[in-house]
Design a protein around this ligand. Structure first.
Ligand code: PLP
Length: 424
């Protein structure tokens, strides 16, 4: 559920007419709904009531400081995959004791930062990483709380590019090597084994693959306990899918929570969740303005002012975003089929092919729905376009939470060496 809806013929976010934001801030612009973030965090909290759970919001989905601060106020922790994400989480008020650090390529500098902050857990993904973490932690006189991320060899995820739990994926420790690596971890200085971690993919609509993976992981955790490891935590990762189309019906959080309770029941584990998309996805939209209509022999292009640099998911994963006009279409509106494309000089700069929309005129505004996760975080300044701004709505107020850079901002970090002669 989200808080974007038509009222008096205009698309609103909570109490704000989105046209007002487009007028005042310009397009393209991301708009987020505080009430939707809060609702999603609370739906998860409610679903897991009675379980010992840490909801470590996956910062990679949407790492804007205001979004993180909103979720911190709801008691969320954070799942981070870089020192930068960790610093964002800490800056937004998420305590280190609620931060888990995932990712296959942690550097010694990032490990040091996280150890000194005192994070809750490192999710270690390889033997090499384990050895380096041991050295860094022992050098600081600290013990790193570690879960090994295991690869359970279970296929899942809405697209091959977001499946992470199959044997050939780069993520996690191969299933057949996990117990030997735990053995090594148990003997290494600076390492305190605390749990087992798994994350099999993203935009997973059905619970069956997750259940299969979690049951394997709980089995492993119990074997490890029998071998003398103090396994007290199961980190089940993220991955729960969201409805991008009205016809989508992914498993509801309550069923997900019940499945996890069943898989982990009776063993006294702390369960760690790393939800990203399910919290942020439907909490944001990207507003754009139609620039031109261009007729090709077999199709009509609608060229809009947002590009793949602003919202990359369609180009990256073939992802679908519903497109709604800001002006509510009349019941008898004529519809037309469009290829909706952006201004970037790449053929992949396409948001939709053959999409039926109420007829659009240049100047009309549209919203790409469900763009709150993996939207702004994946944006770039390609084609020397300013990074897309972000706005957070709260009731009948809104605030620009990342402003649009001006040209000076965009070139601030660049320098022309003095051996190149430039115009005075
Ligand atoms: N945890 C890890 C390790 C991830 O790689 C991801 C995303 O890919 C997530 C959590 C968040 O996944 P989602 O946004 O699908 O919940």
């Amino acid at each position: 559920m989200h808080h974007f809806y038509y009222a008096e013929g205009r698309l609103h976010c909570e109490g704000i007419d989105l046209d007002r934001i487009a007028d005042e801030i310009g397009t393209p612009v991301y708009v987020y709904s505080t009430a939707t973030f809060v609702r999603h965090a609370n739906v998860l909290k409610e679903a897991f009531r009675g379980q010992d759970v840490l909801i470590a919001y996956s910062v990679k989905a949407n790492g804007n400081l205001a979004v993180l601060a909103t979720l911190a106020a709801e008691g969320c922790g954070a799942d981070v995959v870089s020192g930068g994400e960790m610093q964002r989480a800490l800056t937004a008020g998420i305590p280190a004791s609620r931060i888990v650090f995932s990712g296959v390529g942690k550097t010694a500098a990032e490990m040091k930062l996280a150890l000194e902050a005192g994070i809750h857990q490192f999710n270690v993904e390889s033997a090499g990483e384990l050895k380096l973490l041991s050295r860094v932690a022992a050098g600081l006189g600290l013990a790193a709380p570690v879960a090994l991320r295991v690869n359970p060899d279970v296929a899942a995820g809405g697209h091959p590019n977001i499946s992470t739990g199959k044997a050939g994926d780069k993520f996690g420790v191969p299933w057949t090597e996990a117990e030997a690596l735990y053995d090594e971890a148990g003997r290494l200085p600076g390492i305190r084994v605390v749990g087992v971690d798994v994350h099999i993919g993203s935009q997973i609509g059905e619970l069956a693959p997750m259940r299969a993976a979690f049951e394997k992981v709980v089995g492993l955790a119990l074997r490890l306990r029998a071998q003398g490891h103090a396994i007290t935590r199961i980190d089940v990762g993220g991955g729960l899918g969201i409805p991008y189309r009205s016809s989508d019906s992914p498993a509801p959080p309550a069923d997900y929570a019940a499945m996890i309770a069943e898989a982990t029941a009776g063993h006294g584990f702390e369960v760690i969740l790393e939800p990203g998309r399910v919290i942020a996805g439907n909490a944001g939209v990207l507003l754009t303005t139609a620039l031109y209509e261009k007729q090709a022999p077999d199709r009509t292009f609608l060229i809009v002012d947002a590009g793949m640099n602003d919202l990359m998911r369609p180009a990256l994963y073939g992802a679908h975003h519903e497109i709604l006009p800001l002006a509510e279409p009349a019941a008898n509106s004529a519809y037309k089929s469009y290829d909706v494309v952006g201004p970037i000089c790449e053929s992949t700069d396409k948001f939709a092919t053959g999409r039926d929309l109420p007829e659009v005129q240049p100047g009309d505004r549209l919203a790409f729905m469900s763009a709150g996760a993996y939207g702004a975080v994946l944006s770039s300044a390609y084609n020397a376009r300013p990074l897309v701004p972000e706005v957070l709505v709260h009731g009948d107020r809104y605030s620009v939470v990342r402003r649009r850079p001006d040209f000076e901002d965009m070139i601030r970090l660049e320098e022309v060496p003095d051996w190149i002669r430039t115009k005075a």
